[in-house]
Every structure is written in structure tokens, then in C-alpha cells.
Ligand binder design. Structure first.
Ligand code: J2J
Length: 547
């Protein structure tokens, strides 16, 4: 069926009232956001990007027109209000008219990443009961259209696969614009993906109202103006380049969006020089690579003013090198697709940007730091000031529940609606947070999140595998890599690392989830008396890895 409010946990009425009264929720939609900017800055360049070696450059008036046409084309095809559509596009200019077209049609994009493969896309389509998949053809040697068709064959609700770049799609995108009803600003606008820790990734329902608030605040805190040029270095569909301040912050400000087809320093520096990029956001391994490459580049990077670094912990060492090497200001960002985003501010001592992950962007972000040893700690069980604890949060742009996930929501949120982030933090008197670790069963591979259980389930599908436990091991470049411990079936052949890695890859999962290391062990250590929990087991194995 079409999207219903009961599929996700809305904010309680008193909070809705509070966030509206505070002026956070303004009752505006994404479609209106683009229309307003197009009216104010019709001739300013909205987007510059490449597809198949061809560069497109569209003004705000053009982007607005293109989005109207896509919306009309989708509606003519029977895709409309409340329909879920799995969207898997790389950093190509068409991403913008397609996503705004979906929003204007009232459909909900489900934001897959280009790295996702059949198993993940099938899960997104099934979980959301998607009616269509919008994707691209061959990209980075992978045939996305073929994968999408395979998903459509498996998931009954999917009745349409649209491939950007085909004549069919070009026709759809040329449909004459028509008047369409505005979606309700308080309703869900899209489903973002969680990094996950238990099993398959959860879907995150975000509304026009809550997300636009986070976008406006981000644009302000990152000092975006219509003169800004934002480079999308990371995959554009991820929450970070989408909203922190990202492409939507740029649309809000009337700034220019430049899409990098790849995040390497050569590509990024070429675009920074060519387009006069002023701001971009990267993960720590990319910041390290760019910082090194800056020493030997001939490119003029002098327009770059702000480099956001986040997605994973940026240590002081790296943080201190960034500004001098790239000739810009560092802004740390600690965010999550579920909501809360923290920034270091550009007008406060830069020392804070070297040592903290920032403070929440809104005065109405409620933060609690609770007993880290109690996974069910209520929001009032706070640790002493300055102590490390588990971060809980609630606020005007943090969800109250995942989409269609009642059982999981019962533990992922407190009774009073705080989201258990799974992050371990220390809070300074200034409100700045220092991220010191993680309580969740997730590996953060340089910003790419891997749920231990999801990979274990794939490994355990192998006939020679009795049991598997996936843990993080420290890595100089990525911060962490994945290590899979595997116990073979007794009396069977011993599986090899390459064999298991290939097996996981062939099950159709993103390459970043394939275990970096595989260790075959005769049995798992028993940490207590009797049965070991997976959680304790992972902790014991991780401790052994650290030596
Ligand atoms: C340590 N851990 C961090 C940081 C995220 C902006 C920026 C990032 C994301 C993102 C995002 C971290 N230091 N600076 O959505 O809008 C880890 C935490 C967090 C998880 C969320 C945005 N920045 N993390 O990374 O949904 O563990 O969002 O809970 O992918 O990344 O991951 P994700």
C-alpha cells in the first residue's frame, strides 16, 4: 500500500507544536525550496556534473524546469503520492532533477548507494514495498540496470525499472510540466539508510519539515551563501553530502553544486580549480589523502575555504595537518542519518575543531550521556559531567523510530523517545562532544558502516561455516577494517579466506562489506560460564586483535 503515518513513529503532538512554535518546522516542502531558489536566482548555476564524459551545467531555472518535467513524467507513469522508489544513482547531474521530481510527485526516494548490490537492493525494495527502481546503466564496470531488473524479478511490488540515460528515461524526463498537489510538509519525504548493527540496514523516515530544518541550520553554520560552491566528493545519496550542508544546503542558499564522479585528489583538485570550489565534505581517509596530495599538486586550491571532515573519527594529528596543507578552515562534523548533527563552529577557537567533533546544531537538540554498560539505560541515567558514556538524543530532526521496525524500535529508542546512537562520547562543559568509541556492533570502515551481524549471516550461509563473528581491527588508513573469525563445520573441509570473501561478494553485497581479513579458528573463546553471547564474543576477539 501507499505510505501511511502508522508505518513510522511520528513525534508526539506536544513536540510537533513545540518545534512549529520555535520556528524550526516551517511547513515548506523540498519542491517549494527549489522553486523559491529558482525564482530568486534563476540564472545562477545550480549544478555542474559529468555523465559518460559529458559535462552538464544547469541554472536554477533549468533545474527547476527539469524537476517539474520528471515529476510529471513519473505521475504519468503511475508513480505518485506515497509510493516508494528505490533510487540508486552515482554522482551524476541527473540526480538532482530526479530526486526533486520524485519529491514533487509525492513519491519517497529510498536512497541506495552505488556500492549496494542485489542483496541490499532487494532488502530495500522489499522492506519499503517499492513500486519502482530508478538507476543507471553500467557504472564503474557494474551493470546497475541488470541488477535492478533482477531485484524487480524477485520483489513483487516493483513494477517498473527506469534507467537514466536510456531513450525511455529521456522521454519521461521531457514530459510537459503540470500542476501537482503539494505533499504535506509534515509527512515522510524519503527513506534514508541506517549504518545498521543488527542484521539488515533499517530504513529511516525523514519528513520535509524536520529535514529542511537541519538543512537550513547546516547552511547557516557552514556559512553557505549564493557565492558558495559546494563539491560533492562523497556519494551524493548519503545523508552527509545530502544535508551537512550538502546539496540541499546549497539549494537553500542558491549556491553552486559541483559533482565529483570520484573522490580522489586528482579529480577533486581539478574541479576545485575549474569551478572555484569553496566548501566540501570528506571522510578522514580522504582528508588524509588530499592533505598528502596537496603538497605536490599544481592545481590552484586557493578558493577552498572550508573542509568538513566527519563520518568517522578524525584524530588530532590529521586534524592539525588539514588547514595548513589545504589552506582552508577545518570544520568537524559528527552526524547520523537518524538525525542529530554536530559541527564545530567556524567562529569559535579552531582548537575546538582539532579536538572535538562539534556540538549539536540546534538548541532544541537534547543530548544525554548515560551509563555505557547498560544497553537499556534510561535517558535520566546520566554519567558524571566529563565522563564517557553512551550518547542518547532527541530533537527537532531526530527520528522517533525506524520505518516498519517495531521490534527493533523497542530497544533502539528509550521510552521517552531518545535515539540510542550507539556512540560513546564525552561531553565538555561547552557542550562539545568528543567521540571516543562505539557500543554498537558496527565497524566504521573510514566512514562506510558495516553491521557485524549482516556479514556474519552471509558467512554462515556457507556450507563449510559453522559460526562466524565479525569485528573491527585497527587500520592506519581507514581507521578500522573488518576481520571475520570463522569456525568450520566439524569434520568438513577448512574454508579459505579467498573462498569466503568470494562467497560473500557473490551473494550480492557492497564491496565494502566483504571482510578484509578472515581468520579460521577451531573454536571461539568462551569468555564466561556457559553460553557466550555474540556481543561478548566480539568484544573478546576485538580485544585479542588489539593485543
Ligand atoms: C566519529 N564518528 C562519527 C565523527 C559520524 C554528517 C556527517 C556524518 C554522517 C554519518 C552524517 C563521526 N566522529 N565525526 O549522516 O549528516 C559515526 C557515528 C555515527 C555514525 C552515523 C552526516 N561522524 N560518525 O556518518 O548515518 O558512529 O552518518 O553514529 O553514515 O557514524 O553514520 P551515518
Amino acid at each position: 500500500g501507499r505510505g501511511h503515518q502508522r508505518d513510522h513513529a511520528p513525534w508526539p503532538p506536544e513536540f510537533v507544536e513545540r518545534y512549529r512554535d520555535a520556528g524550526h518546522w516551517t511547513g515548506r516542502t523540498f519542491g517549494a525550496l527549489l522553486a523559491d531558489t529558482a525564482r530568486e536566482h534563476p540564472t545562477r548555476t545550480a549544478v555542474v556534473g559529468e555523465r559518460d564524459g559529458v559535462t552538464s551545467r544547469w541554472s536554477y531555472a533549468e533545474l527547476d524546469e527539469r524537476a517539474h518535467r520528471v515529476a510529471a513524467g513519473l505521475v504519468a507513469r503511475g508513480i505518485g503520492a506515497g509510493d516508494r522508489v528505490v533510487l540508486q544513482l552515482p554522482n551524476i547531474p541527473e540526480f538532482l532533477p530526479v530526486v526533486f521530481g520524485l519529491w514533487r510527485a509525492g513519491a519517497w526516494p529510498v536512497f541506495a548507494l552505488p556500492a549496494h548490490r542485489q542483496s541490499e537492493l532487494t532488502h530495500f525494495a522489499r522492506q519499503s514495498e517499492a513500486v519502482a527502481i530508478i538507476t543507471t546503466g553500467v557504472h564503474e564496470r557494474h551493470d546497475h540496470a541488470a541488477t535492478a531488473r533482477a531485484v524487480a524479478a524477485e520483489v513483487a511490488s516493483v513494477r517498473d525499472v527506469l534507467v537514466v540515460g536510456t531513450p525511455e528515461f529521456t522521454d519521461l524526463a521531457a514530459t510537459p510540466p503540470r500542476e501537482l498537489p503539494e505533499p504535506d510538509p509534515g509527512s515522510v519525504a524519503f527513506l534514508q539508510l541506517s549504518g545498521g548493527s543488527t542484521g539488515l540496514p533499517k530504513l529511516i523516515p525523514r519528513t520535509h519539515d524536520d529535514y529542511l530544518y537541519s538543512v537550513r541550520e547546516s547552511a547557516r553554520i557552514c556559512e553557505l551563501t549564493e557565492e558558495s560552491v559546494y563539491l560533492v566528493a562523497l556519494p551524493v545519496a548519503h545523508n552527509y553530502p545530502m544535508s551537512s550542508p550538502g546539496i540541499l544546503g546549497a539549494v537553500h542558499a542558491g549556491a553552486r553544486i559541483v559533482l565529483a564522479p570520484r573522490p580522489d585528489a586528482d579529480t577533486a583538485f581539478r574541479l576545485i580549480e575549474a569551478e572555484g570550489v569553496t566548501i566540501t565534505g570528506v571522510v578522514p581517509p580522504l582528508a588524509a589523502a588530499w592533505t598528502q596530495a596537496a603538497a605536490r599538486t599544481d592545481r590552484d586550491l586557493s578558493t577552498l575555504d572550508v573542509l568538513l571532515v566527519g563520518g568517522a573519527k578524525c584524530g588530532r594529528e590529521l586534524a592539525a595537518r588539514i588547514g595548513p596543507a589545504l589552506g582552508c578552515r577545518l570544520q568537524q562534523v559528527f552526524g547520523m542519518a537518524e538525525g542529530l548533527v554536530c559541527y564545530t563552529r567556524l567562529d569559535e577557537p579552531q582548537e575546538l575543531a582539532l579536538t572535538t567533533q562539534g556540538r549539536p546544531m540546534s538548541e532544541d537538540d537534547e543530548v544525554r550521556v548515560v551509563d555505557p554498560d547498560d544497553p537499556a539505560a534510561p535517558s535520566h541515567a546520566e554519567v558524571a559531567p566529563g565522563e564517557v558514556g553512551a550518547l542518547l538524543t532527541r530533537g527537532p530532526y531526530t527520528i522517533r523510530g525506524y520505518y516498519r521496525a517495531d521490534a527493533h524500535n523497542a530497544t533502539a529508542f528509550t521510552e521517552d523517545g531518545f535515539y540510542r546512537t550507539g556512540d560513546l562520547v564525552r561531553r565538555l562543559p561547552s557542550g562539545h562532544l568528543e567521540v571516543v568509541g562505539r557500543a554498537k556492533e558496527q565497524i566504521n570502515r573510514g566512514g562506510e558502516k558495516v553491521a557485524a551481524e549482516e556479514v556474519e549471516d552471509h558467512l554462515m550461509a556457507h556450507p563449510l561455516v559453522l559460526d562466524a563473528a565479525v569485528v573491527a581491527v585497527p587500520d592506519a588508513y581507514l581507521g578500522e577494517r573488518t576481520c571475520a573469525y570463522v569456525v568450520p563445520v566439524p569434520g568438513g573441509e577448512e574454508p579459505t579466506g579467498p573462498q569466503l570473501r568470494r562467497f560473500v561478494r557473490e551473494r550480492g553485497v557492497a564491496a565494502f562489506k566483504v571482510p578484509d581479513l578472515v581468520r579460521v579458528v577451531p573454536e571461539f573463546p568462551v569468555t564466561g560460564v556457559g553460553k557466550t553471547s555474540k556481543r561478548e564474543l566480539r568484544a573478546a576477539l576485538a580485544a585479542a586483535e588489539e593485543g
